[in-house]
Design a protein around this ligand. Structure first.
Ligand code: G3H
Ligand code: 13P
Ligand code: ZN
Length: 284
């Protein structure tokens, strides 16, 4: 089916107490793995592209490949830009056919983040495109945005209420202790903060940096209202493990398909596991 906007899927997820997986893509194999996994699980899915992905693969390639993949499955697929950095960039994505955009103004002072988000919303609404914003700073490396773990700041519930009221945004990414990339120790999530935000903010909540978060913590986050969960690092790990495994078996291999095939299979497995963990299996 054609690509769909994100908001409807997140509203259904909120009602049904599950979360929709948002998986980062960088090339054809990853897009195929995401769609194969979602189709096998009969699950709605979000394919997302970061700054790095756009630089690497090109916006047009990512859009074209995802549109074709979506057309060839019965499950709803959203194409979303992850951590969009400027008004101009998210506009380019909308023009290209993205059905959802993240405008990450989390580095800006609150009022500037609100103003930027509203500016994006004005156009996105007219185009039927959903908008995610970020409040608080998620640790780790976010594409062009580098936030040291030290500086990482959790989302203030009062600010979240004000932000949601002022903007009417479709989804809100919050900082409650997760970080992008591989964790050095076990992440500790601030569930009290999440509960407080969820109780008072009537907007679907997004968890970034979800690779490496223990399954129980993910289940608890969903029970407390998280309805979109971002996964990138676990897909990279699976890709490379599949690739290295195939190369180790046949170090003289010269056909890229013989190593990319196993890499894809490894990604499909991980993505299917995540979809089941998020409870979105069977919700297409
Ligand atoms: O938000 C962070 C993602 O993992 C994207 O990282 O810029 O290396 O693609 P990347
Ligand atoms: P991980 O790489 O930690 O899974 O984070 C992904 C993410 O939040 C993308 O925005
Ligand atoms: Zn992120």
């Amino acid at each position: 089916m054609p690509l769909v906007p994100m908001r409807g899927l997140l509203d259904k997820a909120q009602e049904g107490h599950y979360a929709v997986g948002a998986f980062n893509c960088n090339n054809m194999e990853i897009i195929q793995a995401i769609i194969t996994a979602a189709t096998a699980e009969n699950a709605p899915v979000i394919v997302q592209a970061s700054q790095g992905a756009i630089k690497y693969a090109g916006l047009e390639y990512i859009t074209a490949m995802t549109k074709i993949a979506a057309q060839n499955t019965h499950v709803p697929v959203v194409l979303h830009i992850d951590h969009g950095t400027s008004f101009e960039q998210v506009m380019r994505c909308i023009r290209e056919g993205f059905t959802s955009v993240m405008i990450d103004g989390s580095k800006l002072p609150l009022e500037e983040n609100i103003a930027l988000t509203k500016r994006v919303l004005d156009v996105a609404r007219a185009c039927g495109v959903s908008v995610e914003a970020e409040l608080g700073k998620i640790g780790g490396t976010e594409d062009d945005i580098t936030v040291s773990e030290k500086e990482a700041m959790y989302t203030d519930p009062e600010e979240a209420i004000y932000f949601a009221e002022q903007t009417g945004v479709d989804a809100l990414a919050i900082a409650i202790g997760t970080a992008h990339g591989q964790y050095k120790g076990e992440p500790k999530l601030d569930f009290d903060r999440l509960a407080e935000i969820q109780k008072r903010v009537n907007v679907p909540i997004v968890l970034h940096g979800s690779s490496g978060v223990p399954d129980d913590a993910i289940r608890q986050a969903i029970a407390l209202g998280v309805s979109k969960i971002n996964i990138d690092t676990n897909i990279r790990e699976a890709f490379m493990a599949g690739l290295k495994g195939a190369l180790a078996k046949n170090p003289k291999e010269i056909d890229p398909r013989k190593v990319l095939g196993p890499a894809k299979e490894a990604m499909v497995e991980v993505i299917r596991e995540k979809i089941r963990l998020f409870g979105s299996s069977g919700k297409a």
